[in-house]
Design a protein around this ligand. Structure first.
Ligand code: FES
Ligand SMILES: [Fe+2]
Length: 396
């Protein structure tokens, strides 16, 4: 065999190294570095209406849970496996005092206390020693938030100025259809692929403006000048576009810790401060969903912000249309269930992604070393968090 010919064939697929991903940034399960970091914050796990008298099965950070609401109106979130012999409480029944397991009838309250063991002598003389694993929940903005971390480290559930300071006629609406994900409510890939997309403004004129036709508005198709900055809440992207009329479209967006989308409306209905906050919820390592809450003037306004392509919502597109007009869903799930970081070539336009990963790495290490991560507060009187973002216009 001619060695010269072989040298000319360098870079073939055969010679590449095995592909790997950064588990410390992606894996969200219990006792994983990222899982521990994420468990130091509150996460939305459902709409307020999801907690009712029918047990609702949830998967959050790789844990199977059941959500319900007792007769006093208190929401409860417990692990799905019954503490007795492990059947799922999904088949349980909700009663005034809690949730009753279908198998042998043990009854648990919203904090997992075992109230009844009907098959045991005396109704269960040792039932007080049993605790169904449970998590604290709080309701705000139409969402149910859960804290799944160490009990002594539970921060206050933050308030956000974007959802607290309302204009006349506005109210806050929550939505669980993963607006911003470009696809169905549950998106089958790692959450970080979506989270880092938030600091990737260059995909907007390509994927959403050029490759797949106009998905947003004309202004968004102008190539931006971009800079990224660390803030006390995450990574902020400042994208400036010179409009044909000479004015400057100044767009500020960002990724806030731990998983928040701070993305002003890409349809730029108005030049104003950001009106919607999104929470990327890792369901497990290979799927996520997005809960949103926004200031709106009409019910259903959040859901109506779902992207359309070729005039259709994602579920109405044919496979051929998804290939002709790919969007965020196709681009992000196309990276695979968990993208291989070993195979990437980050370039100039990926500076925001690199900054976000460094920030997460630092925060994950802080938590692993016993400190509190950025952005958690233990002060019940803390003022609402201001996430500076919006679509603004400036005369040149
Ligand atoms: S498995 Fe739940 S009561 Fe027996
Ligand atoms: Fe996008």
């Amino acid at each position: 065999m001619d060695t010269v010919a072989r040298a000319q064939d360098s870079g073939t697929g055969y010679t590449r190294r095995p592909s790997t991903y950064d588990a410390a940034l992606t894996e969200v399960g219990r006792a994983k570095p990222m899982g521990e970091f994420l468990r130091r914050y509150w996460h939305p796990v459902g709409l307020a209406g999801d907690a009712g008298t029918t047990p609702k099965a949830l998967r959050v950070l790789g844990e199977d849970l059941v959500l319900f609401r007792d007769g006093k109106g208190r929401a409860g979130l417990v692990t799905a496996r019954c503490a007795h012999r492990g059947t799922t409480l999904y088949y349980g029944k909700v009663e005034a005092r809690g949730i009753r397991c279908c198998y042998h009838g043990w009854l648990f309250d919203v904090e997992g206390r075992c109230l009844e063991q009907p098959c045991e002598p005396g109704g269960g003389r040792f039932r007080d020693s049993i605790r169904q694993p449970w998590y604290p929940v709080e309701e705000r903005y139409g969402l149910i938030f859960a804290y799944m971390g160490p009990p002594g480290k539970k921060p206050v559930l933050p308030r956000y100025a974007a959802l607290e300071v309302l204009e006349p006629g506005e109210f806050v609406e929550a939505d669980d259809s993963s607006v911003g994900g470009g696809g169905p409510a549950i998106i089958p890939c790692n959450w970080l692929q979506h989270y880092e997309n938030l600091v990737d403004p260059f995909h907007v004129p390509i994927l959403h403006g050029n490759f797949s036709g106009r998905q947003f508005v004309e202004q968004m198709e102008v190539f931006p000048e971009v800079r990224w900055e660390y803030t006390d809440w995450g990574v902020k992207t400042i994208a400036e576009r010179k409009l044909p009329d000479g004015r400057i479209f100044h767009r500020v967006s960002g990724a806030a810790l731990p998983t928040l989308r701070v993305i002003p409306n890409p349809r730029v209905a108005q030049y104003a401060r950001v009106e919607m906050i999104g929470w990327v919820l890792p369901i497990d390592d290979t799927s996520f969903r997005i809960y949103n809450a926004a200031r709106v003037r009409e019910a259903g306004a959040v859901r109506r912000q779902r992207s359309t392509r070729n005039g259709k919502y994602w579920e109405d597109l044919t496979e051929a249309e998804r290939r002709e007009f790919p969007g965020d869903y196709e681009a992000q799930t196309g990276q695979g269930p968990i993208t291989f970081h070993s195979d990437e070539h980050l370039a100039t336009s990926d500076k925001g992604v690199a900054m976000l990963r460094r920030l997460l790495q630092r925060q994950v290490k802080l938590v692993a070393d016993g400190s509190d991560p950025a952005g958690v507060s233990f002060d019940p009187n803390a003022p609402p968090v201001v996430l500076e973002a919006g679509n603004f216009i400036r005369e040149a």
